[in-house]
Design a protein around this ligand. Structure first.
Ligand code: 9MR
Length: 380
C-alpha cells in the first residue's frame, strides 16, 4: 500500500516554490522578488490547478506510484499543482498483466488511494495501446482472433476502475498516415480484428463503463511538416467517421509532445483541427504536454526560455477554445521525464536532462511553470 502523507501535512511549512499571485488584471503572475515564501497549507495556496480552475479547466500531470513513494518533493509538487493524475505506466495492459492471468493492480490501487485521500482525480491511460500490450496477448490475438480476449481485458479493468476513473483513453495512438489502410496504424488489434477494432473497443468500453468520458488519444498534430498535417486530417476523419456511426466517443486527447526541432508550430493547422473536432461535438484534453529540446549547448536560461515560449505558443492556440477541458503535462519535473529516460546514457552524460517540464530536477519552477500558470489563469 502506498501510505503517503496527506496534502496538508506535506504542504505545511514546505518552501517548495514561490507563491503565485493574482495581479489586478486577474492574470496569474510571478510574484515580486526572489524567494517569496510559500504560505502554509490553506485554501489560499496557489498552484497550477488553481490557475486552471480560475480559467474553468483542470491541470494535472502524469506520475508513477514508485516515484511518488520515493520522492517527498514530487508528492509535494503534485499536491500543490495537480487536480488530476495520469498513471504514467500502471494502467497499461503489460503493467496490469505481464503474464497471462497474473494481475498487478497494486500500483493503480495505490495511486487511487493517494488520489482519494488528497482530493485528486485520475485519468485512465490507457486500455489499448499496441506498445504496451503484453506479448502473450499479442500472440493470442493474432493466432485466435477471438474478441473475447479484448472483452475480458476491458471488463476486468473497467469492472475494477470504471466507476472511480471518469475519463479514459480507450485507444492510444491508432493513427498512422504512413502505413496505408485508412490512415490507421497496422497494430496488433488491426491485424487481428480489422479496422473496426476501434468501433468495437469504444462500444466495449461504454458497455463496461456507461458513465465514463471516453476518449481516443494521439500525437503528432502540432507542426507544419507533411506528416503532422496528414495526421491532423486523419484524426479528424476518424473522429468524423465514428461520430457519424454513433460510436461512443466523447472526446479526444491530444498528447502535445512538443519538439523544438520541428518548429515552428502550425498554429492555423492546429486551430483548424481543434475547431473541426469541436464541431463534431467532441471536447479536448491536452493529455501529455512536454517539450523536447534539441540543443543543450545554450545557457540554461536560454534553453528554459525556448521551452516556455513553445509552451506559450501552443497554449495560446489551444486555450482559446473553451472546449479544451484540461491540460496534463507528462510529468512535473525533469527528474522524471521519458524525454530524459529515452536517450542513451552517453548522450545523457553529454547533454544532461531534457528541460521540458515545469520544474527542473531539483524542483525549482522554470519559465515553463510561470507560462503555464499565466496561460491557464488568463484564459478565463
Ligand atoms: O512515459 C512513459 C514511459 O515511462 C513508458 O516506458 C512508456 C511505455 O509504457 O510510455 C511512456 O508514455 C507514453 C504514453 O503512454 C503514450 N504517449 C507517449 C508517451 C511517451 O512515450
Amino acid at each position: 500500500m502506498l501510505t503517503l502523507p496527506s496534502r496538508r501535512s506535506i504542504l505545511t511549512g514546505l518552501a517548495l516554490v514561490p507563491a503565485l499571485s493574482v495581479t489586478p488584471h486577474g492574470v496569474w503572475a510571478r510574484p515580486e522578488g526572489e524567494g517569496a515564501a510559500l504560505p502554509d497549507a490553506s485554501a489560499s495556496v496557489p498552484s497550477l490547478s488553481r490557475a486552471a480552475r480560475s480559467g474553468g479547466r483542470y491541470f494535472g500531470a502524469a506520475a508513477r506510484a514508485d516515484h511518488l513513494r520515493q520522492d517527498k518533493a514530487l508528492r509535494a509538487a503534485v499536491l500543490r499543482d495537480c487536480e488530476v493524475l495520469t498513471p504514467e505506466i500502471h494502467l497499461k495492459w503489460n503493467s496490469l498483466e505481464w503474464r497471462k492471468g497474473q494481475f498487478n493492480f497494486s500500483p493503480v490501487d495505490d495511486l487511487l488511494t493517494f488520489s482519494d485521500e488528497n482530493g485528486l482525480r485520475v485519468r485512465g491511460h490507457t486500455l489499448l495501446w499496441d506498445q504496451s500490450t503484453p506479448d502473450w496477448a499479442k500472440r493470442e490475438m493474432l493466432s485466435q482472433r477471438d474478441w473475447r480476449l479484448m472483452s475480458e481485458h476491458f471488463s476486468r479493468v473497467l469492472g475494477r476502475y470504471g466507476s472511480r476513473i471518469e475519463e479514459w483513453d480507450v485507444i492510444n495512438e491508432p493513427i498512422d498516415t504512413e502505413a496505408g489502410a485508412r490512415n490507421l496504424r497496422r497494430n496488433t488489434f488491426f491485424r487481428a480484428f480489422g479496422p473496426t477494432y476501434i468501433e468495437r473497443a469504444m462500444e466495449e468500453a461504454r458497455a463496461h463503463a456507461p458513465n465514463a468520458h471516453l476518449v481516443i488519444n494521439d500525437y503528432g498534430f502540432e507542426y507544419g511538416n507533411p506528416v503532422d498535417k496528414a495526421r491532423r486530417q486523419a484524426f479528424v476523419a476518424l473522429a468524423r467517421r465514428l461520430r457519424a456511426a454513433d460510436v461512443p466517443l466523447d472526446g479526444v486527447g491530444v498528447q502535445a509532445h512538443l519538439d523544438l526541432s520541428k518548429g515552428p508550430l502550425d498554429t492555423a493547422g492546429l486551430q483548424d483541427m481543434t475547431k473541426a473536432l469541436i464541431d463534431l461535438g467532441l471536447d479536448i484534453t491536452v493529455t501529455e504536454l512536454d517539450v523536447k529540446e534539441t540543443d543543450a549547448a545554450h545557457t540554461t536560461a536560454a534553453r528554459d526560455q525556448k521551452v516556455a515560449d513553445e509552451t506559450r505558443r501552443y497554449l495560446d492556440v489551444m486555450l482559446a477554445f473553451p472546449e479544451v477541458r484540461g491540460v496534463v503535462t507528462w510529468g512535473l519535473t525533469d527528474k522524471f521525464s521519458w524525454l530524459t529516460e529515452q536517450v542513451d546514457s552517453h548522450v545523457r552524460a553529454a547533454r544532461g536532462v531534457n528541460r521540458g517540464l515545469p520544474y527542473d530536477d531539483a524542483y525549482s519552477p522554470k519559465p515553463m511553470y510561470w507560462t503555464l500558470a499565466d496561460s491557464l489563469g488568463a484564459s478565463a
